[in-house]
Design a binder for this molecule. Sequence first.
Ligand SMILES: Cc1ncc(COP(=O)(O)O)c(C=O)c1O
Length: 503
Amino acid sequence: MYVELDRESDLPLYLQISNQIRQRISAGDLPAGTKLPPERRMAAMLGVNRTTIVSAYRELAADGLVEGHVGRGTVVADPDSDATGAHGTFQIPWNQLFTSTTEVMNDPLLRDTTMISSRSDVISLATGIPSPELYPIELIRSLLDEALHSGGQTLLQHCPTEGYGPLRAALGRWMAVEERPIDPASVLIVAGSQQGLYLLARTLLDPGDLVVIESPTYLGALQVFRAAGARLLPIPIDASGMRVGLLEDLIARRRPKLIYTLPSFQNPSGGTMSFDRRRRLLELAERFRIPIIEDDPYSVLRYEGVPLPTLHALDQRGTVIYLSTLSKILFPGFRIGWIAGPQPVIKRLALMKQIVDLDTNPLAQWAVWALLDRGHLLEHVDELRSIYPYRRDLMLDALNRHCQGLLDWNRPLGGFYIWAHLRDGLRTRDLLPEAARFGVSVAPGESFHPDGEGESTLRLNFTLPAPEDIDEAVRRLAAAISSLRGSRGADDRQLQETATPIV
Ligand SMILES: Cc1ncc(COP(=O)(O)O)c(C=O)c1O
């Protein structure tokens, strides 16, 4: 539940909260029956007193917008329960009109995390983006100036749906294996790899199709596959990536339509699939003729060890559809990603893209082409490869200092994330409000699992927080875990309340 507070404002905090919830109810964002977070949990997430939340909920109840139920907490009232509705106006019953697709987006844990992370007094370890102070802003400004001077009239029109030709070729060279560049006709430019995933799902999946995924996996892919009506077949991962040994039997019995994998510095686990498993996965996919989607935003961000070939580089028979993005090695705001794969697939995806958005921003495509063509992107990635391992090590040192006995964690060789487990069966969903109280946020690992597993897991991002904040963030995390452990021992009833899922 996202609520933004202005602590400088003259408007009391409880009214800011009730006003924003009121707006969300009338906008249809909080349908009838939605449970508001329990008062104690909401107070912890917003960093206010519990009485502030009690007053805010009372305001809403006085207007008939919410109702208190013993055992169920505070629930949004049904506006259609009388002729004009409890909201005082006759309303279209929006909730009955929404497609079931939109329901898959409704992850209360993630909403809580977003709200906590947006607080100015919270250090966020939850978000997975590159460090903004490393964005090459001056360079981008001069490139955009140049583009507008020399090609503004063209670059502000539409461009081919498949993408700006020189950028397709430059990305083909960027991915070159042993000097063999990829044919530009095999590359489709997309508005971020999230769009790539959406296009792939719309093009390859019918409702009911089975998709093999890693567990845990990228949550944006979980949402896309669920929205397409796919059924998910989770395969656990270990320190060498997807447990490919479990796959053969599953494929033979269930005949999935697709395999989705993140072999390099996986989001969320930071882990990497071994060379041997890459080969075995590809062999299996070839034998059973099942396409693999390889989602690979992070492989170039290797900080140590020997680089492994991508599945796409190993693929000789057109089994792998490769997906990557500029979001992690440059910044996410340009929304530029790409898909490389067999040309019939690229052509079909382009038809689907035409329906979705016609084409991807040509000005941004031109700027990315210039960055690639003039060698700036490689220089920038080299800079990231020298800075991020330092931040990773700061976080690992801080974990060693503060979290021994509370957490177990891994040591990723690249990418953005450290993956951790709470000890003694503590649940991350219970930790979130406690962490908010101490001023830190983490990504709940449960949201990256397809099946409610991973309750004790959490993802820690080390690229976004400023280096000087990393130790303090981990210290706060340790304090929050200790406090949660204490409260579990002291007051089981309270744990029960903070553990209640919110909608
Ligand atoms: C594995 C993976 N795939 C796709 C994306 C989406 O990236 P983009 O910004 O290109 O849409 C992300 C971003 O977090 C990611 O981690």
